[in-house]
Write a protein that binds this ligand. Structure first.
Ligand code: ISL
Ligand code: CA
Length: 533
């Protein structure tokens, strides 16, 4: 029945959503207490970033037990209550499935240190060279080497992410069987599906040296290979037993590779998160920023709209800086926040909204490294130091790209603690919460939040917005104009990504305008968005 094609999915980063017991850490009872809010906003499903047991080296993306809930977040009973309470409100729960790696605290890994144990081959263990060289020349995602020596086993293990995230070895069929059991465990509890973390890198074809590259040397040995497709087809069989949904996070995929991962006939994933539009303002790596050119962004989005039958649409998540300072304008915060909402909710595909996006939350206002938590930022700081990059520049690079930008607590109110916690928050709350907060925006009919709510309703009521084809009209330096078409029905969307007036050729009856205008003569104001019939 493909319910996800009509759905809008809301991502919760549990640590930062709502604390219920004053320890400064968001938790599952906190999420339950906000289900009415999510229903009022009008979302159909929640993707929960990981809540499993984890030592939190990478905030839950390092899982030490897939069948336990992190006690910081609550208990299994809380989790079951969340699924049930969400269900009562017509909201489905999607879990984060992190199966490329486990935490080195997982018992599989601990036993894997013993070469005679049944877990010995669950990970990639290799000897280094006699002269102390690493098993190969690969480099990891977090700007560090990806082999770590284990003194107990006297071998190195592969970790494409942090040291304590060891890559699972899918050449051992037992690993996939374990994963299938984990899927069944959660599907039986009533979750609707999974967001599959870095799912296109599961299969490593060999551990030979890679072609030297500026980043991710070795990636030709694991990006979107046939072995991964085979794994996904097996997982799909399990998902199909429960009619479950799967969206893959797929790094460095082309439209062609994406089609091979989520084409209907493939029986693998339902859709994928691609990254190309998130790379428009960077040069090779996210650490090297270049000027954001709207035109490049529009062309990229239009390309993916055309090339894929169905896209997962997103402008924010827990790994990306906030979208307003990035693609919009902080000085025209409200207009550009609404413009980005219009973009996210009128493209063809399933929109994913990230917590706080609906109230226009901005990047953190920290001023030093000590205020950060993200393992990636800390690793990069270390690497930059090694290369003698001066402190000022280091901070500049990290501040605009750090994943903590999106991870500061949700701003429910303007009070101390932002309505997020009565205690000391695990990560600093942005001081702008005095002006940017939900309570204020709920009471202001003209707020970003009310605009999101209104567009969500518009989308629910409009089949052409949910299912219509996409047709590009214009991808200019400032303006993005497109249509959604279903049979005789046609909606046009015109977006001005600039602080200057712009002119477009489309006309029509105004359905929505973030300036509240009633008729449209082709002239868009600064950061204006119009939807026309
Ligand atoms: O955010 C990134 C770089 O800054 C991406 O390269 C990111 O590492 C990549 O998208 C994979 O992300 C996912 O897996 C990671 C985890 O840290 C991220 O939070 C998760 O979204 C490892 O599990
Ligand atoms: Ca708590």
């Amino acid at each position: 029945m493909e319910w996800w094609k009509d759905a809008v999915i809301y991502q919760i980063y549990p640590r930062s959503f709502q604390d219920s017991n004053g320890d400064g850490i968001g938790d599952i009872p906190g999420i339950i207490s906000r289900l009415d809010y999510l229903q009022e906003l009008g979302v159909d499903a929640v993707w929960l970033s990981p809540v499993y047991q984890s030592p939190n080296a990478d905030n839950g993306y390092d899982i030490s037990d897939y069948r336990e809930i992190n006690p910081e977040y609550g208990t299994m009973e809380d989790m079951e209550r969340l699924i049930a309470e969400a269900g009562k409100r017509g909201i489905r729960i999607i879990m984060d499935l992190v199966i490329n790696h486990t935490s080195t605290s997982h018992y599989w890994f601990r036993r894997s240190r013993d070469k005679t144990s049944q877990y010995a081959d669950y990970y990639y263990w290799r000897k280094g060279g006699a002269d102390g060289t690493l098993p190969n020349n690969w480099t990891g995602f977090f700007g560090e080497e990806c082999w770590e020596f284990d003194p107990e086993r006297c071998e190195y293990y592969l970790h494409l992410f942090a040291k304590s995230q060891a890559d699972l070895n899918y050449h051992n069929p037992a690993v996939l069987e374990e994963v299938k059991d984990i899927l069944r465990f959660w599907l039986r509890k009533g979750v609707a599906g999974f967001r599959c973390d870095v799912i296109n890198i599961l299969w490593k074809d060999s551990l030979e040296n890679g072609k030297k590259q500026l980043a991710l040397t070795g990636s030709e040995h694991y990006l979107s290979l046939e072995g991964t497709h085979e794994i996904l087809r097996e997982l799909r069989e399990v998902l199909d037993e429960y009619g479950a949904f799967a969206v893959g996070e797929t790094v460095f995929v082309s439209p062609e590779q994406a089609r091979a991962l989520c084409g209907r006939e493939r029986k693998e994933l339902d859709m994928v998160f691609s990254f190309e539009h998130m790379e428009c303002d960077q040069f090779l790596l996210k650490w090297f920023k270049k000027r954001f050119r709207p035109k490049v962004f529009f062309q990229c989005l239009a390309k993916w709209q055309k090339e894929l039958e169905w896209n997962a649409i997103y402008l924010e998540n827990h790994d990306q800086p906030r979208s307003i300072p990035r693609f919009g304008s902080e000085t025209r915060w409200k207009e550009s926040g609404k413009l980005l909402a219009a973009l996210a909710l009128t493209l063809k595909g399933t929109p994913f909204l990230y917590q706080g996006q609906e109230i226009g939350m901005l990047n953190f206002d920290f001023s030093r490294m000590r205020q950060l938590n993200d393992v990636e930022s800390k690793n990069v700081e270390r690497v930059l130091r090694k290369f003698h990059i001066p402190q000022k520049l280091r901070w500049k690079i990290i501040a605009r790209t750090s994943r903590d930008n999106a991870r500061t607590p949700f701003q429910w109110t303007g009070e101390e603690g932002a309505g997020f916690t009565k205690g000391r928050p695990w990560l600093g709350i942005n001081h702008n919460c005095a002006s940017i907060n939900l309570a204020q925006q709920e009471s202001d009919p003209d707020s970003i939040w009310n605009w999101y709510r209104d567009l969500l309703k518009l989308r629910r009521d409009s089949e052409v917005l949910r299912r219509g084809d996409f047709a590009l009209l214009e991808a200019g330096e400032q303006v993005f104009v497109y249509q959604r078409i279903l049979g005789e029905k046609r909606l046009s969307v015109a977006l001005n990504f600039s602080g200057e007036q712009a002119e477009v050729s489309c006309r029509g009856k105004v359905i929505r305008s973030n300036y509240g205008r009633e008729s449209f003569d082709g002239k868009l104001d600064a950061w204006e968005a119009v939807i026309l019939e």
